[in-house]
Design a protein around this ligand. Structure first.
Ligand SMILES: [Fe+2]
Length: 157
């Protein structure tokens, strides 16, 4: 099954989203030196997620993966991306403190899980299945680690 134009656009938006999250966490790692290791890890993983989705896109173009966008539309993803753009802008202007930065991150990661972005790809290939598992489990793991840091911030303030 060939990948349609709008489907390709959706996958590219997903890549962009991961890249923007990586950039955001990169800002936070500079702004909150006490937690720089934590943000830096998240940032690197988001960058890797972007590269993994890039691979999925290549495979989807070759017809090796089925992508069913379900209810995801380019329109709804545009809304998410512009929200992320605003967040990035605020971060660039150093408008977040550690608490609001963590809230912002956990909200965004949660919305990725709620949208179930990684369940829209399907393949018989174990390799692809493994990639999807990594994307899903690391996003879940981000939520858990952010919550942990939230807890320690709350306890220390
Ligand atoms: Fe990610």
């Amino acid at each position: 099954m060939e990948l349609k134009v709008h489907q390709e656009k959706i996958i590219k938006q997903l890549i962009m989203q991961e890249e923007m999250l990586s950039k955001l966490y990169g800002y936070f790692s500079v702004q909150f030196p006490e937690y720089s290791k934590f943000w830096d890890r998240l940032s690197k993983e988001e960058y890797r997620h972007a590269r993994l989705i890039q691979k999925l896109l290549v495979a989807a173009k070759r017809g090796k993966i089925i992508f069913d966008e379900g209810k995801i539309t380019t329109y709804s993803l545009n809304a998410f991306i512009s929200r992320l753009e605003q967040i990035l802008q605020k971060a660039e202007n150093v408008e977040y403190n550690i608490k609001t930065a963590l809230i912002c991150a956990v909200d965004y990661e949660n919305s990725l899980i709620e949208k179930n972005v990684f369940t829209h790809f399907d393949s018989l290939s174990d390799n692809v299945k493994g990639t999807l598992k990594i994307l899903h489990s690391e996003t879940m793991d981000h939520i858990e680690s952010i919550k942990k840091v939230q807890k320690s911030v709350a306890e220390n303030s």
